[in-house]
Design a protein around this ligand. Structure first.
Ligand SMILES: *[C@@H]1O[C@H](CO)[C@@H](O)[C@H](O)[C@H]1NC(C)=O
Ligand SMILES: *[C@@H]1O[C@H](CO)[C@@H](O)[C@H](O)[C@H]1NC(C)=O
Ligand SMILES: *[C@@H]1O[C@H](CO)[C@@H](O)[C@H](O)[C@H]1NC(C)=O
Ligand SMILES: *[C@@H]1O[C@H](CO)[C@@H](O)[C@H](O)[C@H]1NC(C)=O
Ligand SMILES: *[C@@H]1O[C@H](CO)[C@@H](O)[C@H](O)[C@H]1NC(C)=O
Length: 161
């Protein structure tokens, strides 16, 4: 390869690198000068939140359907808009998830008020759960001794790195 060809190739590579670096920000529509945040908040089912109606035994949304439409990365957060009549249990144990069992040592429990399913006047709460473990992660409400989970207050996500 001649000297001038090598130099031209180097310039072409440099231009390609700059273009590649500029692309993510442009793709996300970020204004120039303000870089896109390095993580994303995923608000569970959006405005409908993470609620259980004890009268109708129904959940505020179809969490599995919602999760199927999202892409989760390490460092992102799940935001649960909820109240203290429900809880948020996180586990990577698929068996514990299928049994709605929050007892295991590998589960993390976020509970604004001990998940008192019978609370007459539940208090609003927002729970932010950091996504720190790659692969399958499971979430459910253990409130009502697992009744809310049994009725569909649960979902699975896959966290990418
Ligand atoms: C994510 O939500 C938290 C509050 O729960 C907020 O402080 C933070 O600014 C949000 N980040 C983004 C990127 O929206
Ligand atoms: C809970 O379900 C009952 C029965 O379907 C309904 O009347 C009530 O409005 C619901 N409560 C809330 C907060 O959505
Ligand atoms: C809701 O679930 C509880 C406990 O599983 C049950 O006693 C009750 O009859 C159910 N109510 C409805 C409306 O399905
Ligand atoms: C996973 O959960 C099941 C059921 O709760 C439990 O028997 C098992 O010991 C757990 N596995 C680990 C590795 O903790
Ligand atoms: C969510 O919707 C799917 C179909 O899109 C259905 O198979 C599933 O049973 C629903 N889950 C709940 C908890 O209602």
């Amino acid at each position: 390869m001649s000297r001038s060809t090598a130099a031209t190739a180097a310039v072409v590579v440099a231009v390609a690198v700059v273009a590649a670096m500029a692309m993510p920000a442009a793709g996300q529509g970020a204004p120039s000068g303000s870089p896109a945040p390095p993580y994303k908040n995923h608000t569970v089912v959006g405005a409908d939140g993470w609620f259980f109606n004890a009268t109708s035994n129904t959940t505020s949304g179809n969490y599995s359907d919602w999760a199927a439409g999202e892409t989760f990365y390490l460092g992102d957060y799940l935001i649960f808009k909820t109240d203290d009549s429900s809880s948020v249990v996180q586990t990577s144990n698929a068996t514990a998830y299928s049994l709605c069992d929050a007892e295991g040592p590998e589960t993390l429990i976020y509970s604004p008020g001990h998940g008192d399913a019978a609370s007459a006047s539940p208090r609003a709460a927002t729970i932010a759960v950091p996504l720190t473990v790659e692969g399958a992660n499971y979430f459910f409400s253990e409130a009502g001794d697992g009744a809310q989970c049994e009725e569909g207050m649960r979902f699975e996500i896959k966290i990418l790195c």
